[in-house]
Design a protein around this ligand. Structure first.
Ligand SMILES: [Zn+2]
Length: 294
């Protein structure tokens, strides 16, 4: 496996211990999520470009696959449905009602505000659009499975947009409890933080996060999941009220209207799409804690 993550993050409990979450690196940089009941061994997968890494793990542990959750219909998320083939017939398949024609094996079309019980865990369903229409996030006590909406240190591309919709989705996710783990679908964290540093170099929490993620990734670890509290403190796409960020994207003149944050978000996303941050030298990153040197 030639994956950007060599050492997956440690498993952790959610929903009061009803489920344990296992991170399964898949493809090149996709992060699959396996939700396992420690009581029954019944498990569900959340997205994925293929099925084999899941099935190998499930077989090795003696678990039973019972459900598939799809956040959205991009190929690296519903690829797992295609790959499961005939096995899908025995499973609950959860996905957005509005994209029902594009989700193989869909048994449970979901709408905004629905909730699902899986192995005793309550899972709330939010429509978090902006990356693509019909994008869902699955929320349970302790974690959010947010697909390609919120990333560690960044956010997804705006295929369908519009920016105001993505901004609203991100602001809503940011209201979750700070300890909520952000289980997004890709390990893009260092690239995201490199961009973040170009727009908010005065943020000491961001500097500390860059140092920590740099070390973790250099050792082959994964910076996902992060927490909502970390994202609120350092993710520029959640920080559209930062004067530094507004200034950097040329939005400081904007008035404090209700749409203002969405406009800053739009400029920020466009700014990142230019890709100029990729040329920021490592030496320009805050990789040494200069406070120690007085
Ligand atoms: Zn996607």
């Amino acid at each position: 496996m030639n994956h950007v993550v060599q050492h997956p993050s440690a498993p952790f409990p959610i929903a009061g211990g009803a489920l344990v979450v296992h991170q399964i690196p898949m493809g090149h940089d996709n992060l699959g999520w396996l939700l396992v009941s420690p009581r029954t061994g019944g498990c569900a997968v959340v997205d994925g470009p293929n099925a084999l890494p899941y099935l190998d793990r499930i077989a090795a542990e003696g678990w039973q696959l019972r459900a598939v959750f799809n956040t959205h219909i991009h190929g690296d998320h519903i690829g797992v449905n295609h790959a499961l083939g005939d096995q899908l017939r025995d499973l609950q398949v959860y996905g957005a009602a509005k994209t029902r024609d594009h989700i193989p094996g869909l048994t449970d079309p979901l709408e905004e505000g629905d909730s699902v019980t899986f192995e005793g865990a309550n899972i709330d369903v939010w429509l978090t659009e902006g990356h693509i229409n019909g994008h869902l996030s699955f929320i349970t006590d302790g974690a959010v499975f947010c697909g390609d909406t919120l990333f560690a240190g960044g956010c997804g591309y705006l295929f369908d947009g519009p920016p105001a919709t993505m901004h609203a989705s991100l602001q809503r996710l940011a209201q979750l409890p700070g300890t909520t783990r952000v289980c997004c679908a890709h390990e893009y964290t260092m690239d995201n933080l490199r961009f973040a540093w170009t727009v908010e170099p005065s943020n000491p929490d961001l500097a500390a996060r860059i140092r920590a993620v740099w070390q973790l990734r250099a050792a082959g670890g994964c910076a996902v999941p992060s927490t909502i509290a970390q994202e609120r403190a350092t993710n520029p796409f959640l920080r559209v009220n930062s004067r530094t960020i507004r200034s950097r994207v040329g939005a400081l003149r904007e008035s404090q209207t209700s749409n203002d944050g969405a406009e800053v978000f739009r400029m920020l996303r466009e700014h990142k799409d230019l890709g100029r941050h990729k040329t920021l030298a490592d030496s320009a990153l805050p990789l040494l804690d200069r406070r120690r040197n007085g």
